[in-house]
Design a protein around this ligand. Structure first.
Ligand code: FEO
Ligand code: CA
Ligand code: CA
Length: 654
């Protein structure tokens, strides 16, 4: 999420006052350090989905991208083409727009029109399309009976099936996508709500959208289904894990647990559920009470009286920080939330063992020893990278009726100057930090504080994490304009600069970089070796130009897809690029429109169809971009999904 100004947006004000600066001599670090990882070290883990076998990948790579050697042989969008106010795509590809903000989630539902009403918006696609996952229906027989789900036992109808069934999943699936945010100006066409109804419209525009879709002769359409649903800020949810039922989640108001907000990137579990990550939740709280001041826990998460200007607290006391009845409401946000797309009546579950922070993503990887490993970025200047490792192999935990996301160990990353790294345990077993917390639940509610105490490495805004087929883990550090060579500087109790460190050597880092590492003892281990894959600044002035990397996805052939969110150089709009990690070459596949962010990425099993998102086109202002209305229209822009296909595979979506 980047609201307003890409580099100085309000939510990116650091709230880390820990003083963590674990390198004694960081100023001598070579800024362009390019230590090569030992090839093959520690490669471990299984593929998450069932279609990543080498032989199959050989066929599939031709299917979507058309090339085995080189990996990225398509004709790129040039710098000149990528500066257009309309989207541009490689001449080898074509695209269509689907699933726009305000489209009804059921055919026959209320059509998009402004002004919105709370009731309409709750029956329509939300705004701020971000992380997502296409769950292919690979076994239609099982699916239809919903369907023999219990009879299938270990067989997951999303992720297995015969080849014949696979063909079905290439054209039919369930799309889960995050609706991260829409400003009041965008959604309400006014800067502040004037009623509780206005607040409800805004709240219903946020959250997650789940819709069954199918490819109907080249057009991806919503299919009416009981699975189609909106999860928003007022949807009942539940808590699990160490903080569930904790005092610090209780309110005098005794209100039920409700809602998820600012859902940024995502994860997908091997048992077929969707993870949605609550990022900048702080911005939705506020108060008019001049006597209210944040406590240290709130301060560390940037919770303040002004918020981001949504003004929900003006009409909804749940978001009024000074209302004693809702004193702990803000502790109910900042979590990774699990959604079962197959069970529409199931409440989303906030998995507290994964910690509370501004979660960017929750990328799940299965380690060689069968554990669920979840990589998470905490997107703020000078904040950290985390991973969670389930206590036991995920299948065994599921078999015993336990969620693999409820019991395990949370770690935070320390990147050492010499190219090694370690994962530091955040638990009551860590005697360096345990005495500061009454129990593990309290530690999870104040995850950032635990990580501060543990000596984690302050990063340049950790965004998406992806695990490549060779086992390498890639992390986008989007930018950090406030890091300087001066070192630790704080203002008003907040760190504004931790100084450079080896993994974040640029000071300032206006355009971001991509860090990668190998888990030298497997993905469930605690040691890694890292290097920097790419500094965005090195690409400027070339046809590979990009800045502010955010979304990342490594495909089963090893291509690295990079999506951007921020002020691009060389006149470019925000964009989708594809890198060959072996050579470092980058090509541009798609560019968006002024004011937008390109984010979200998922594919059909045959990888002939790719879905990405165009978030906040025009920043909500038709004068900047009315997309997907044509350039020059005065229509209000609408966040939407884009379907991408190779032209030589026939028409889009065929
Ligand atoms: Fe929602 Fe950090 O991007
Ligand atoms: Ca992001
Ligand atoms: Ca971003």
């Amino acid at each position: 999420m980047d609201q307003h100004d890409e580099h100085d947006n309000i939510e990116d004000i650091s709230s880390n006052n820990s003083g963590n600066r674990p390198f004694s001599d960081v100023l001598s670090v070579n800024m362009q350090r390019r230590k090569l990882l030992k090839a093959g070290a520690g490669i471990a883990g299984g593929s998450l989905l069932g279609f990543t076998g080498a032989a199959q990948a050989d066929t599939l790579s031709r299917a979507l991208f058309g090339f085995n050697e080189p990996l990225i042989g398509f004709q790129p969008v040039t710098l000149a083409q990528g500066a257009s106010p309309a989207p541009a795509i490689s001449p080898d590809y074509e695209y269509k727009v689907i699933l726009k903000w305000g489209d009804p989630i059921l055919n026959g539902g209320p059509a998009f029109s402004l002004p919105m009403t709370p009731d309409k918006q709750a029956q329509q696609i939300g705004i701020g399309h971000d992380g997502m996952w296409y769950f292919p229906i690979l076994n239609p027989t099982a699916f239809r009976s919903r369907f023999g789900w219990d009879d299938l036992q270990d067989t997951n109808p999303w992720l297995s099936g015969t080849l014949e069934d696979n063909a079905y999943g290439n054209t039919r699936g369930v799309m889960c996508f995050n609706c991260e945010f829409g400003t009041n100006y965008h959604v309400l066409r006014k800067d502040l709500p004037e009623s509780l109804d206005d607040v409800r419209v805004s709240q219903h525009a946020h959250g997650v959208t789940v819709v069954r879709i199918r490819n109907n002769n080249g057009n991806w359409e919503i299919e009416n289904s009981t699975l189609n649903r909106r999860i928003h800020v007022n949807t009942p949810v539940e808590f699990s894990g160490p903080a569930a039922g904790h005092d610090q989640l209780q309110n005098n108001a005794m209100n039920p647990y409700l809602g998820t907000v600012n859902n940024c990137a995502h994860g997908v579990t091997p048992w077929g559920t969707y993870l949605t990550c609550e990022e900048n939740f702080n911005g939705y709280f506020g108060t008019e009470d001049p006597n209210w001041t944040p406590n240290s826990s709130q301060n560390r998460l940037g919770i303040n009286s002004g918020g981001f200007g949504y003004g929900w607290h003006l009409f909804d006391p749940r978001f009024d920080l000074a209302n004693p009845n809702y004193a702990n409401e803000c502790n109910r946000f900042g979590w990774v939330v699990e959604i079962d797309p197959l069970t529409p009546n199931a409440k989303p579950i906030k998995r507290t063992a994964l910690g509370r922070k501004k979660n960017e993503c929750a990328t799940v990887h299965v380690s060689a020893d069968g554990r669920a490993v979840v990589y998470m970025g905490d997107d703020q200047r000078f904040d950290y990278v985390y991973k969670f490792v389930s206590a036991e192999p995920w299948r065994e935990m599921r078999d015993s009726g336990e969620s693999p996301l409820d019991r395990g160990t949370l770690y935070v990353a320390r990147f050492n100057d010499d190219g090694t790294g370690s994962w530091i345990e955040l638990s009551m077993e860590n005697t360096d930090i345990a005495s500061n917390f009454v129990n593990l639940g309290a530690m999870m509610i104040m995850t950032r504080y635990a990580a501060d105490l543990a000596g984690a490495t302050p990063m340049d805004r950790p965004e998406w994490v992806t695990v490549a087929p060779d086992g390498r883990v890639y992390l986008a550090c989007t930018n950090n304009s406030q890091r300087t060579d001066r070192g630790i500087i704080s203002s008003g109790g907040r760190m504004v600069d931790s100084g450079p460190n080896a993994a974040n050597p640029q000071a300032p880092n206006g355009d971001g970089h991509i860090v990668r590492w190998i888990e030298t003892h497997g993905h469930s281990g605690t040691k890694f070796e890292w290097d920097i894959f790419k500094f965005a600044s090195d690409t400027h002035g070339t046809e590979e130009s990009f800045a502010d990397p955010d979304g990342l996805w490594a495909d089963p052939d090893g291509r690295l897809f990079i999506e951007t969110d921020g002020g691009q150089k060389d006149g470019l709009q925000n964009q989708l690029l594809v890198a060959d990690p072996a050579t470092g070459e980058i090509r541009r596949l798609f560019t968006g429109v002024p004011g937008c962010e390109i984010t979200g990425l998922t594919v059909t099993p045959d990888r002939k169809t790719m879905f990405i998102n165009v978030q906040h086109p025009g920043d909500g202002d038709p004068a900047v971009s009315p997309w997907p209305a044509p350039v020059g229209s005065s229509d209000v822009p609408r966040d939407a999904m884009v379907v991408i296909r190779r032209k030589d595979n026939g028409v889009v979506g065929s």
